[in-house]
Design a protein around this ligand. Structure first.
Ligand code: CP
Length: 311
């Protein structure tokens, strides 16, 4: 464990001290320089074995963690629930204990149930990184989002960020709210009231249902997709009406008298929450977020493993 990094696991933003967050960002600055070199690999995690346990689909997070681990020279195992003995009735704890018995050092886990990483942390000794647990938290996404904003604005202090869309089912929203506020940003959520959790104002965020007012207020708009896979009832009449009320297009952005930074954690549903001319515009930092995700995850893995920097 690094002398100054306090966290033992990364289960959620709630567990991170401000010093830990600053250290993650400083370390990510070093690793971002590394991954832009012709030789992108460093030996920092040689002899560390990491398993990526994905009980839910992922493109960006799974590949980003795997790449981060390989850039750090870790030994990497990939597990997907559909090809495992989970389908034969094995419990989460038994599955992980069996994997750890093979001398695995760290666990990166995505799971559909909120609290799964926390639950696992009470049953195993290996370090755990939460790669998304149900509708609860997605801490590395929030870290890479905040890092990407800071890269553009220099600081998060007093930066106004609106998170737009399906806040109710979004782990990205909760982790972003907690982290951005910790770093001094002002946060608003915007969407239909049916997709905004009751009492969310108690977290200190503003609530706005009018996208035009939200865009006038903000410096940064983080656009979320509608999480259809987590919805068992209808939260708005039709997708067409949602697009008309909350979809962000170039035309809509042109009504705002400043250049807002556009973000999206992915996967994008083009033509729903944002149009292609916004997603692909020079206001969009969506692919910067993806690039920064590798550096942030390298930093988190490196600091949790407690190795000396070789970057
Ligand atoms: N942003 C994010 O978590 O994307 P994936 O679901 O593709 O990992």
């Amino acid at each position: 464990m690094s002398a100054s990094f306090k966290a033992h696991h990364l289960l959620g933003i709630k567990d991170l001290h401000l010093d830990d967050i600053q250290l993650i960002f400083q370390t990510a600055d070093n690793f971002k320089e590394v991954i832009n070199r012709p030789i992108k690999k460093v030996p920092s995690l040689r002899d560390v074995t990491i398993v990526n346990l994905f009980f839910e689909n992922s493109t960006r997070t799974r590949i980003s963690f795997e790449l981060a681990e390989k850039r750090l020279s870790a030994d990497v195992l990939n597990f997907s629930a559909s090809a495992s003995s989970v389908s034969k009735g094995e419990t989460l704890v038994d599955t992980v204990k069996n994997i750890l018995a093979m001398k695995v050092d760290m666990v990166v886990m995505r799971h559909p149930m909120a609290g799964a990483s926390m639950f696992l942390s009470r049953h195993i000794h290996a370090q755990i990184i939460n790669a998304g647990d149900g509708t609860h938290e997605h801490p590395t996404q929030a870290l890479l989002d905040a890092y990407s904003i800071r890269e553009k604005t220099g600081s998060l202090k007093n930066v106004k960020v609106v998170i737009v869309g399906d806040i109710l089912h979004s782990r990205v929203a909760l982790s972003n709210i907690l982290l951005l506020q910790r770093l001094g940003a002002k946060v608003m959520v915007c969407g239909p009231l049916t997709l905004i959790p009751k009492y969310i104002e108690e977290l200190g965020v503003k609530v706005e249902t009018d996208i035009r007012k939200a865009l006038q207020w903000c410096d940064v708009a983080n656009m979320l997709r509608i999480q259809m896979e987590r919805q068992d009832i209808r939260y708005f009449p039709t997708l067409r009406e949602y697009i008309l009320q909350y979809g962000v297009s170039k035309q809509l952005l042109e009504t705002v008298n400043k250049k807002i930074i556009i973000m999206h954690p992915g996967p994008i549903n083009r033509g729903v929450e944002i149009t292609s001319d916004v997603a692909d515009s020079n206001q969009s930092i969506i692919l910067d977020q993806v690039e920064n995700g590798v550096a942030i995850r390298m930093a988190v893995l490196y600091l949790l493993a407690g190795k000396k920097a070789t970057a």
